[in-house]
Design a protein around this ligand. Structure first.
Ligand code: NAD
Ligand code: MN
Length: 495
């Protein structure tokens, strides 16, 4: 019998009032049930929000450095359990073990950053325009945060959101992706073991349309932090409008790497292999387009095809696997659909192009790393997010042309350029429209202490990571202290 996990509401592990359950399975071996979970409803969400609201009234009064101490303990526990978490993550969502270790490490980094932020949370003191008057701006927590996450970073993304939320004095109702509920449950267990008071973190498992929806529309939820698709991001914006919630959205991407004619081609090759096929292309920052300078187009493409054909598909727990499966059947179908679209649009299929189902691979949702060359900028495979191991290669005449092609997308998360020309490198930093730009490095590789997020339809202007995320989870409060002993009217008595 597969292990069964429950919701956590007000410090107690409880099943859904509906009595229903769902399974999480291993995408490398679909017969393997990882664990079962409650398929929750709006009623369960109501209970969780009630618990979070009650806990908020106490948690907001706990000194921030004390809250930080708990974050440090969470970090220590994540370190101790890193290998176990990484293995379970590979089993639950498929990416290779070296990458799942990195995912857990991002959670550790975020915990320790939050621990130290407990002793900062800086405000400002500024002079008043009146004598004997003191002015300052302080950060205050907001209330109950609804946290809704995708499956591709089961540890990094929930920790990016929950740790700063909680460190800032808010309480949380967490709805993880239904493809990765086990990692979410393990994370919340660790948070409780570290000593979070009951009700500060609550987890409600279930579907987006049912549990997610109940959170975004809830009258007593103040904040929503969401990472996922652009379509759902728009839906959430509408659903949370009636209650005027503060909403942070991290959405889709169609990231590109440029390789100029003066680039170190070997280095650029390592970059694109990692960017395009790491996490089986299922990263918001994955390299989905490769823009090659005309002069090196043929040479680089043949180098790339050669290396791509050597990538080994397999169960991510095996040391011989370079690329794992797609997360589920529908994700692989999407990939197959886009391969068909690419062929129909007239792009040239130069690597992969098929599902992989030889031997043990037949048990999972594997798809060959796939490359289309001769992609033109108006093709759908040049514009739409695929979220799988498919790379579209485009040709650029020169630097300006390359940047124009890169910017020709409704998204703007990550970007990369390989060049030895310092002038072009700086022009790229200025002219590329994206939240993240890498010079001589792949489109993936964000570090926990820098701002993370995108422009255009990748988001709505907020940033996760580093110091910037604390602007989302706190409200600025201006405080004036008048010690003059009389009524002093600003703008009036002094002018
Ligand atoms: P998704 O949008 O289908 O689901 C994300 C989460 O939203 C899940 O927990 C889901 O259950 C929930 N949800 C679904 N419908 C909902 C609704 N109506 N109301 C509230 N919640 C709802 O995305 P996914 O397939 O899990 O993840 C892949 C997508 O996420 C890709 O588009 C990818 O680009 C994006 N992504 C973005 C970033 C980023 O930081 N920009 C990071 C990772 C993934
Ligand atoms: Mn799963």
């Amino acid at each position: 019998m597969a292990q069964h996990y429950k919701n956590l509401i007000n410090g107690k592990w409880v099943d859904s009032k509906s009595g229903r359950t769902f399974e999480s399975r291993n995408p490398a071996n679909w017969n393997e049930v990882v664990a079962t979970f409650p398929k929750s409803t709006k009623e369960d969400v109501d209970d969780a929000v009630k618990a979070a609201r009650a806990a908020f009234e106490k948690w907001r009064l706990v000194p921030a450095p004390k809250r930080g101490d708990i974050m440090r303990k969470i970090g220590d526990l994540l370190v101790a359990k890193k290998e176990e978490l990484a293995r379970e993550m590979t089993r639950e969502m498929g990416k290779v073990i070296t990458e799942t270790r990195g995912d857990v490490q991002e959670g550790i980094d975020t915990a320790y950053y939050a621990a130290t932020e407990g002793r900062r949370l800086f405000g400002n003191t500024v002079p008043s325009e009146l004598p004997n008057k003191f002015a300052m701006a302080i950060r205050v927590p907001i209330g109950v945060a609804g946290i809704i996450t995708p499956w591709n970073f089961p540890m990094a993304i929930p920790t990016w959101k929950m740790f700063p939320a909680i460190l800032s004095g808010n309480t949380v109702v967490f709805k993880p992706a239904s493809d990765t509920p086990k990692l979410a449950a393990m994370l919340v267990e660790i948070m409780m073991e570290a000593g979070l008071p009951e009700g500060v973190v609550n987890i409600v498992h279930g579907g987006g349309g049912e549990v997610g929806n109940a959170i975004t529309q809830h009258r007593d939820v103040d904040l929503i932090s969401f990472t996922g698709s652009t379509a759902i991001g728009k839906q959430i914006t509408k659903d949370s409008a009636d209650t005027l919630k503060r909403v942070s959205l991290e959405l889709g991407g169609k990231n590109a790497q440029i390789v100029m004619d003066d680039a170190d081609l070997e280095l650029a090759l390592e970059g694109v292999l990692w960017g395009a096929f790491g996490t089986t292309g299922q990263r918001c920052t994955a390299t989905s387009r490769l823009i090659l300078h005309d002069k090196i187009y043929d040479k680089f493409l043949s180098m790339l095809v050669d290396r791509t054909n050597k990538l080994r598909l397999g169960d991510g727990l095996l040391p011989t696997s370079d690329v794992g499966p797609c997360v589920n059947e529908s994700q692989r179908s999407t990939v197959e659909e886009y391969v068909k679209i690419g062929v129909e649009e007239g792009a040239k299929l130069v690597a992969g192009g098929k599902r992989a189902a030889d031997g043990d691979l037949a048990k999972g949702w594997f798809h060959q790393p796939t490359i289309f060359s001769d992609v033109t900028r108006e093709m759908r495979i040049a514009k739409e997010e695929i979220f799988g191991p498919v790379l579209s290669v485009l040709r650029a005449k020169n630097f300006e042309d390359a940047v124009t092609i890169l910017n020709n997308t409704e998204y703007g998360l990550s970007s990369s350029i390989y060049t030895q020309d310092v002038n072009n490198a700086f022009k790229a930093m200025r002219d590329i429209q994206s939240g993240i730009t890498y010079i001589n490095s792949a489109t993936i590789g964000a570090e926990a202490h820098l701002p993370f997020g995108g422009v255009k339809k990748t988001g709505n202007g907020h940033r996760e990571g580093g110091w910037t995320v604390y602007d989302f989870y706190t409200e600025w409060k201006a405080v004036y202290v008048d010690y003059s002993g009389k009524l002093q009217r600003a703008q009036i008595d002094n002018y």
